[in-house]
Design a protein around this ligand. Structure first.
Ligand code: AMP
Length: 404
């Protein structure tokens, strides 16, 4: 692979896979343009060098598989809705190609001059995209002289535009974009070069969603903090009384085997010693504090308690590397948000003391934003599912396609 920053794009037409899957309102106005804005440095660098850019992205989940709006595809998923805003952001007229693979689009791509930007129609208007079809990927590849992947959020998909297309470029003609490079380097800092003690904080509703990540981290971290609803499956497995707290009865054996594995690997597993319990799953429920293994019938644990916050804080503040995925409680409701807020603050404090902290996965990212601590941690991943799969130890097709 080549290095994006040192590559000179002069006279090259770069085929760039971005993630412009932004939310639209009913009138097709963009509600949140973060994903587009984040790709601008990559696009601008290519233009500044004297290159041209051909952008491709998926956009929503169209069902039709028709290849363009012209042919009757669902109009609300057309990338044409992004053209004006992208043009404003780049201060130039973005050219729109209303499909991805016609002769006309090929000619348009070939006629691009330095400094021009072209946006292809939604790649998911082609069923061949999600099927990872090699012929379709080859057609996409003919549009550019070099391939840049800047869509980390789609790196766990072996789709035509995210992975397969890379096969049609020489190693020296494919690379990560700036956004993707940042995600990969930061993830590697945690998974491959973590400074010890490395603490993984895993929360959220269910153990079943986090099994793979826990199993992988048990081989890497010195501490694993478990919070959120998943903690009660562990307590139940150990014979505790958890009232009506969320519990996966079919995962009790798995919880015990994870506890056993942690012991064997000398990884300290930290569970919340106490909980904020509620008499119903409601923002206005009655609440009290109880030991997490002694919750009476009719009550449920919806947040970690004060002793747990104290325990977890100590571990976090003594860590040099921190990975956080999943909230400590039902942080969307005020009464059950303190645990997540305090842990977010301690992660920020540890970062100020020199730890490297990475926040990944939808809800912990939402939490860190809610408590306005985004700028006080080392890195917040935009990668959602891709980041989760990376931390599960899986090879991501979008990354391997560039590396190999
Ligand atoms: P996840 O997507 O698995 O990270 O789970 C996030 C969701 O877990 C959030 O919507 C939280 O409200 C929920 N959650 C966290 N703690 C609990 C709990 N103790 N009981 C029920 N749901 C919880």
């Amino acid at each position: 692979m080549s290095n994006f920053s040192s590559f000179n794009f002069k006279n090259f037409r770069a085929l760039v896979r971005v993630d412009f899957n932004v939310p639209l309102d009913e009138q097709f106005n963009i509600k949140d343009d973060t994903r587009i804005v984040e790709s601008l440095p990559t696009i601008k660098k290519i233009l500044k060098d004297g290159g041209a850019v051909i952008l491709m992205t998926h956009f929503g989940r169209p069902k039709s598989g028709l290849q363009s709006v012209k042919l009757g595809a669902e109009e609300k998923y057309s990338t044409i809705h992004l053209v004006d805003h992208l043009s404003d952001l780049l201060n130039l007229d973005v050219i729109f190609a209303d499909d991805c693979g016609s002769e006309e689009t090929y000619k348009l791509a070939k006629s691009l001059e330095a400094g021009q930007v072209m946006l292809l129609e939604n790649t998911r208007f082609y069923l061949d995209e999600t099927a990872g079809d090699s012929d379709f990927a080859q057609i996409l590849a003919t549009l550019g002289d070099v391939y840049v992947n800047d869509a980390f959020g789609s790196a766990h998909r072996a789709h035509a535009s995210t992975a397969i297309v890379a096969q049609f470029f020489d190693a020296s003609k494919k690379m990560f974009g700036l956004l993707m490079e940042k995600e990969v380097l930061n993830a590697q800092k945690v998974l491959k070069d973590a400074e010890s003690p490395f603490t993984a904080i895993v929360g959220g509703a269910k153990v079943s969603d986090k099994i793979m990540i826990l199993e992988n981290l048990i081989n890497k971290a010195q501490n694993i903090i478990i919070g959120g609803g998943m903690a009660y499956t562990f307590y139940k497995a150990m014979g505790g009384e958890i009232g009506s707290s969320i519990c996966e009865e079919d995962k009790l054996d798995l919880a015990l085997s994870l506890i056993e594995k942690a012991k064997q690997n000398e990884v300290k597993l930290h569970l919340p010693i106490d909980s904020i319990i509620a008499d119903q799953f409601h923002a206005e429920a009655n609440v009290m504090i109880a030991p997490s293994n002694s919750i009476q019938e009719g009550w449920m644990g919806l947040d970690i308690g004060p002793k747990a916050i104290e325990d977890f804080s100590e571990v976090i503040l003594n860590s040099k590397t921190i990975l956080w995925n999943g909230p400590m409680g039902v942080f969307e409701m005020e009464k059950f948000s303190k645990g997540t807020e305090m842990i977010a603050k301690k992660v920020a404090e540890a970062t100020q003391k020199g730890a490297f902290s990475l926040i990944g996965g939808g809800d912990s990212v939402a939490a860190i934003n809610k408590f306005e601590l985004k700028d006080q941690v080392s890195f917040v991943s935009t990668g959602g599912g891709a980041m989760l799969e990376y931390f599960e130890g899986k090879e991501l097709p979008g990354i391997s396609a560039i590396l190999n």
